[in-house]
Structures are given as structure tokens and as C-alpha cells.
Design a protein. Structure first.
Length: 171
């Protein structure tokens, strides 16, 4: 009896019929087409897009920098004398090129200054367009100002004067 059942299964392909029934069920449903470049898609509530930082509420605790597994955040706190009155960072850099969008920096921030936006289009032709500093961070993405003194897209130290000012001072 078992041999007959196996023979019938081998001839009729019940798995194939089951799979085709699922296919035909979706064949007659209304089609959903995303016309992406013309119309922006609906982004889910917890989508993780480009990182944004509100510098006004940042207290330079550097917890986001320590939590980042790719080290794409660099925070330089103000001098100790200034820290008593104004805790905003002297320099703040985010390299979106290396960001994993893991939200560890968002979870670590005690003031909620850093958060993901719904901007998901991170395709650029020049990688320096994904490197943001204190001036370009909050929401002013049109103004592109990059600092000098980079080692693989990460600043070595905060710069108080530009190289041109340093040349003028040495003369």
C-alpha cells in the first residue's frame, strides 16, 4: 500500500500543485507598483535613515562615540573652562559612509540629541558628501563645509585655525 502511495505522489506531484495554487492565488490579486523616483515610498515608523544631531542639546558626553562599532562618530568636547557654562561640543563629526545604522549611538545618547531620520537616499558620487561636521549636521544639508586634517575620513584633532591663518601667523 505504501508503494502505491509513493507511486501516485511521484506521478501527480502534489508539492508542485500546492506551490502553483499559491502562485495562482496572487496572480489574480490587484498589483501594487511602487513608482519610486516620481513618488516617495511610505517609510515605516522605525526605519533607520541618515543620522541627524541636534547640537544645541548635545552635552559632549561622548557616549555615542564609544557606542559606535564602526567609529564613525567623533566628538571633541569644549575646554574645561567653557564646559561649566556651555557643554556643546567644540567639534562634532559623523561619517555616514561607514555607518551601519545599528542605532547604538541613538540608544546611548542621554539627551536624545542624535536620532535617525527618514532620509534613506545615501547614494553620492563623492564620499566626502557623507562626512558631516558641526556646521553641516543638524538639518542644513545644502551647506558643505569640510575641515582639513583627516586620516581616512576621521579628524585627528579639532582645528581652531585654518592652515592659511597659520601661515600668516608664522610670517
Amino acid at each position: 500500500m505504501e508503494k502505491i502511495k509513493n507511486f501516485i505522489k511521484m506521478i501527480t506531484f502534489p508539492e508542485l500543485i500546492k506551490g502553483l495554487s499559491v502562485t495562482t492565488k496572487y496572480l489574480f490579486k490587484k498589483k501594487v507598483t511602487e513608482e519610486y523616483p516620481d513618488f516617495k515610498p511610505h517609510i515605516p515608523y522605525r526605519a533607520k535613515g541618515k543620522l541627524h544631531v541636534q547640537i544645541d542639546t548635545c552635552i559632549s558626553c561622548r557616549l555615542c562615540e564609544k557606542a559606535c562599532p564602526e567609529w564613525c562618530i567623533k566628538v571633541f568636547p569644549p575646554p574645561k573652562e567653557q564646559m561649566k557654562t556651555d557643554k556643546r561640543p567644540q567639534e562634532f563629526y559623523i561619517n555616514q559612509e561607514h555607518c551601519l545604522h545599528c542605532s547604538l549611538c541613538v540608544d546611548a545618547c542621554p539627551t536624545g540629541s542624535i536620532h535617525h531620520s527618514y532620509e534613506f537616499e545615501l547614494v553620492v558620487t563623492n564620499f566626502k558628501e557623507l562626512l558631516f561636521n558641526k556646521e553641516t549636521l543638524p538639518y542644513n544639508q545644502l551647506l558643505k563645509q569640510y575641515k582639513w586634517n583627516y586620516i581616512e575620513n576621521v579628524p585627528v584633532r579639532p582645528r581652531t585655525t585654518t592652515p592659511l591663518e597659520q601661515k600668516e601667523n608664522t610670517k
